[in-house]
Design a protein around this ligand. Structure first.
Ligand SMILES: [Zn+2]
Length: 199
């Protein structure tokens, strides 16, 4: 019997060819090995409800404040890893349009939601990123933002590009009825100043 064919799914129109570094910018399903890979790394397709179960378990076991912090910090690690993948896959990370390209490929096409770079300024170490359909939004009725995991990923990614530790606040969230989610990401001092002066 011939070996099971690998199924290749192009992750975007412009990405069907291999990058200079050889890391494939396409999703490869290897049925024989039971693996999925893209950008030279192994990926996993999981139901979003599993993310919700993790969020719920963290909240039940540790309370909302600690659960938020766990999700944010775990996300931050993941965000730095996404940038390493982008670098290996040969993406440029200099201009705001480079960043939008990474967000569209590794964020939006991976299913994290529709991402839009509103502001990206490495000199001021400041970024504003908007998204819709984030994985943590389950209804529109909350009193506070809910996208701690996603905001962590964005913060880790931006910090990795700026080369310095960043913090963030989610200033708008679909989980509390806003029409989109938006995070402001910047230097820790600037972000805590913003957090203190917000109404
Ligand atoms: Zn949100």
């Amino acid at each position: 019997m011939p070996p099971a064919p690998k199924l290749r799914v192009s992750l975007s129109k412009r990405m069907s060819k291999k990058s200079k570094s050889g890391a494939g910018r396409e999703l490869v399903m290897n049925e024989k090995q039971g693996t999925l890979s893209a950008y030279g790394a192994r990926f996993l397709l999981i139901p979003v409800k599993l993310i919700h179960s993790i969020e719920d378990r963290l909240t039940e076991s540790f309370g909302p404040v600690t659960a938020t912090s766990f999700q944010y910090e775990i996300g931050r690690e993941g965000g730095a890893q996404y940038i390493h993948l982008a670098q290996k896959a040969g993406f440029n990370i200099k201009t705001p349009s480079d960043i939008q390209r990474i967000a569209s490929s590794l964020g939006t096409l991976d299913g994290w939601g529709k991402l839009e770079i509103i502001d990206f300024d490495p000199t001021r170490k400041f970024a504003r990123i908007r998204w819709k359909n984030g994985v943590s939004v389950r209804n529109r009725k909350g009193k506070t933002p809910v996208c701690h995991f996603g905001r962590g990923i964005l913060t880790g990614a931006v910090g990795e590009i700026f080369g310095s530790r960043c913090e963030s606040i989610e200033v708008s969230c679909q989980g509390k009825g806003d029409s989109f989610c938006e995070a402001i990401i910047g230097e820790p001092r600037e972000i805590s100043r913003l957090a203190d002066t917000r109404p």
